[in-house]
Design a protein around this ligand. Structure first.
Ligand code: ADP
Length: 287
């Protein structure tokens, strides 16, 4: 059909069309078709096509990425600028408690921005295989305590309790303590974010068949079954996540970090009941 549209003397034609494959699939292509005419008759044709499906998919992802990131950057930045503007206006000068509150808002939003930027950089380095782990024997008890302390501010703010269930005996795994902490921070912040006010998030570890299983359990809304397959994708968020904010990067980074450390991660969730995320590592020491 494309060749039939060629006109003598008009030169080759550029086009973007979709090919239908014999098996019923579609291939998006861009290309050029031309022909040679003799006495007004088409005697030879040439068509060159390039599959642009992959490029289109990448462009689509890039647009989505920019939309997510600019939203995630703009929200905290707007709130920060709002607080700073009020402080600078002098209107709260006579109210130190109010001023303190505005400073805390600015700081909290600054931290959120920093976390997002660090997440983006980590993801980039993980994908490029440039992230190096420093593996040392790591005490699980110490890691859990660190994680509980690190998330205390957020837990207080959202009025959720983080209950630490101390591991049964002294357990140690070979891990990068900072990175393991980062994983637990991500998991705990999800559990807290999705917990109703006043609820408790449980953080614990146990030894199961030579494997140390660290678990973070919440009694939030659970993860919709239809979304579970996409949980670990970058920027993936369930529709229900709209109200709590987040970038959809936490779980995909956590999975890559855990696997980079030689462990595995799994999620058990029941809609309306809650979610348990379990991170497993081979036991190094302990009983
Ligand atoms: P973010 O939390 O920044 O959106 P994540 O990758 O950590 O990114 O999580 C992706 C999505 O998975 C969340 O937006 C939410 O829809 C779902 N999710 C993760 N953890 C939980 C949880 N504990 N309870 C309910 N939904 C969760």
């Amino acid at each position: 059909a494309q060749f039939a549209r060629l006109q003598p003397g008009a030169g080759p034609v550029r086009l973007e069309i979709t090919f239908k494959t014999r098996s019923g699939g579609e291939v998006e292509v861009e290309g050029i078709v031309g022909g040679r005419f003799e006495d007004g008759l088409l005697v030879a044709t040439l068509g060159i096509f390039r599959d642009v499906g992959e490029r289109r998919r990448v462009e689509h992802m890039k647009r989505e990425f920019l939309a997510t990131v600019s939203h995630e950057l703009r929200t905290p930045l707007t709130s920060m600028m709002g607080s700073l503007g009020l402080l600078r206006s002098g209107r709260v000068a006579a109210h130190p408690a109010k001023a303190q509150e505005l400073l805390e808002i600015a700081e909290r939003n600054g931290e959120r921005l920093l976390r997002l930027i660090n997440d983006l950089l980590d993801l980039q380095r993980l994908e490029a295989g440039e992230l190096r782990f420093v593996l040392t024997p790591t005490s699980i008890g110490a890691v859990l305590t660190d994680a509980q302390e690190g998330i205390a501010g957020m837990a207080d703010l959202l009025k959720v309790r983080v209950a630490l269930e101390p591991p049964p005996t002294h357990l140690a795994v070979l891990a990068d303590r900072d990175r393991l902490n980062q994983v637990l921070y991500n998991l705990l912040s999800n559990a807290i974010k999705f917990s109703p006010t006043g609820e408790t998030v449980r953080l614990g570890a146990e030894l199961v068949d030579g494997t140390v299983e660290i678990s973070v359990a919440d009694r939030g809304p659970g993860i919709p079954a239809a979304f579970r397959a996409r949980l670990f994708e970058k920027f993936a968020q369930a529709e229900t996540a709209g109200r709590v904010g987040g970038s959809g990067l936490g779980l995909s980074i956590s999975k890559r970090l855990v696997e980079g450390l030689g462990g595995s991660i799994r999620i058990d969730s029941e809609e309306g009941r809650g979610t348990v995320v379990t991170v497993s590592f081979p036991l190094l020491l302990g009983r």
